[in-house]
Design a protein around this ligand. Structure first.
Ligand SMILES: Cc1cc2nc3c(=O)[nH]c(=O)nc-3n(C[C@H](O)[C@H](O)[C@H](O)COP(=O)(O)OP(=O)(O)OC[C@H]3O[C@@H](n4cnc5c(N)ncnc54)[C@H](O)[C@@H]3O)c2cc1C
Length: 421
């Protein structure tokens, strides 16, 4: 049996690992268009403790993956005081507004238990890649141009014109998936109407920031999410994601799914961010973000979509190829690994491991509902915390807690960080 995997990132490595374990005698080939080591495109990743434990038990995550232990989430608002926000003012006292608006952090409206740790995307990717057995052929610099379903599987055409046939093809090629295009032509990500700027600062260089928590700072038509993650060199990075609506004359046309890497972000978008920091964020948070060099800031416009099915013919979708959720649920990488873990479980317990049609049907039934549920939860959070924001600064703990609980309640048990495997 030959199993092809398009995309060699989180979903691709996890999918190849699942295939190699489920059918040890199969040939598994991964096609990854990037030539060298994958860039740390994701910066920070938050993973919920129980989801981490499930994936470690299933053999996809390393219990020793470097992490920053963050067990609380703190929510801040700028309370509109008259102080000079740019100066950082005050002692940076934790969440205490001094009424004059010069408390560096703003007003803390809630500190809640939050069982998530912060991880470095690069560590996660390298650990997964390192788990691939040597019999998995991982081909870098191998871009798949198109995919064609056949009677007995699917063929991929590479940029050099080469065509290869597989009995089963895993589409792990992210939000602009060519495998998905072959399955459901025209199903593409929808622009949500806002974007995020992202970056990393050196935590040690930012005076007055609290440690050991995830932070959210709300403002009109957006919010900041930030948390510490381990850097490669033993330092701690301040990983930040700043969501906001931005007028189309500043963004340009973002309807076709894209991301803007470091160095390619326009001055207009960087200036817009700078003005936003001055206008809307308590000074310590703004200064923490400004520690990231302008040329290192990158942008992810926010998209989401759902597919009609996770499997068609002999093609299966894993990770973002199957469902991109807005990042607010903090569950995309987890879903990518869970897709692979579920595939491994279904395949290795199948009565007939060569019955790929039955496998595809069971995989679709198992993975489509959680993918859709996470996208639904994340969309709801994005609407409430970016597009149609409440008066953040009016919240007190007593009013904020029920608002947040109603926003995140999902009847099927889906929660921030994903659904139980
Ligand atoms: C702001 C932000 C914050 C996030 N925070 C979290 C979080 O806290 N927790 C969490 O779990 N998730 C989070 N996520 C989501 C997570 O980053 C993604 O869901 C996850 O990285 C998806 O992995 P993937 O392997 O499916 O896709 P990708 O990482 O996009 O990988 C696709 C791979 O396929 C390759 N490829 C594409 N097309 C081809 C082709 N034609 N031929 C060959 N190769 C191809 C690409 O080069 C790439 O390597 C966040 C996302 C964002 C944007």
């Amino acid at each position: 049996m030959r199993i092809g995997v398009v995309g060699g990132s989180i979903a691709g490595c996890a999918g190849a690992l699942a295939a190699a374990r489920a059918v040890p005698e199969a040939a598994v080939v991964v096609f990854e268009r990037s030539a060298g080591a994958l860039r740390d495109r994701g910066a920070g990743i938050g993973i919920q403790h129980e989801r981490f434990g499930e994936l470690a038990a299933a053999g996809f995550l390393d219990a020793s993956l470097p992490a920053t232990a963050n067990d609380a989430r703190e929510w801040y608002v700028w309370d509109g005081g008259s102080g000079d926000r740019r100066k950082g003012g005050g002692s940076g006292g934790r969440g205490n507004s001094d009424g004059g608006g010069t408390s560096g952090l703003g007003k803390m409206i809630l500190r809640q238990p939050f069982p998530f740790d912060g991880y470095n995307w690069g560590h996660l990717y390298r650990s997964l890649r390192g788990r691939l057995p040597s019999r998995v052929e991982y081909r870098g610099d191998a871009r798949v141009m198109s995919v064609t379903p056949t009677e007995s599987g699917a063929s991929v055409t590479l940029t050099d014109g080469g065509v290869e046939h597989f009995d089963l093809l895993l589409g792990a090629d992210g939000y602009r998936s060519v495998v998905r295009e072959a399955m459901f032509p025209g199903v593409v990500p929808d622009y949500a109407g806002y974007l995020c700027w992202r970056g990393l600062s050196d935590f040690a260089q930012i005076e007055g920031l609290p440690h050991g928590a995830f932070f959210t700072v709300g403002f009109p038509h957006g919010h900041l999410v930030a948390y510490p993650i381990p850097a490669d060199d033993g330092r701690v990075h301040f990983n930040w994601v700043l969501y906001a609506t931005v007028p189309p004359e500043v963004t340009g046309d973002l309807r076709t799914a894209t991301s803007i890497p470091p160095g390619a972000v326009s001055d207009a978008l960087l200036d817009f961010m700078d003005a936003l920091l001055s206008r809307e964020l308590p000074p310590l948070w703004a200064e923490a973000i400004r520690k990231t060099a302008r040329e290192d800031v990158f942008i992810q416009p926010i998209y989401d979509f759902e597919v009609p099915a996770y499997a068609k013919h002999r093609m299966l979708l894993l990770g973002d190829a199957g469902a991109v959720s807005r990042p607010h649920a903090g569950a995309g990488s987890v879903k990518a690994m869970q897709d692979a873990a579920a595939l491994l479980d279904l395949w290795s317990t199948a009565a007939d491991r060569s019955d790929l049609g039955a496998l595809a049907a069971r995989y679709d039934a198992a993975r489509r509902p959680p993918g859709h549920a996470i996208a639904t939860l994340a969309r709801r959070i994005g609407e409430a915390q970016v597009l149609d924001t409440p008066d953040w600064s009016a919240f007190e703990e007593a009013t904020f807690v029920p608002w947040l609980a109603a926003l995140t309640a999902m009847p099927d048990g889906t929660e921030l960080g994903g659904r139980r495997l």
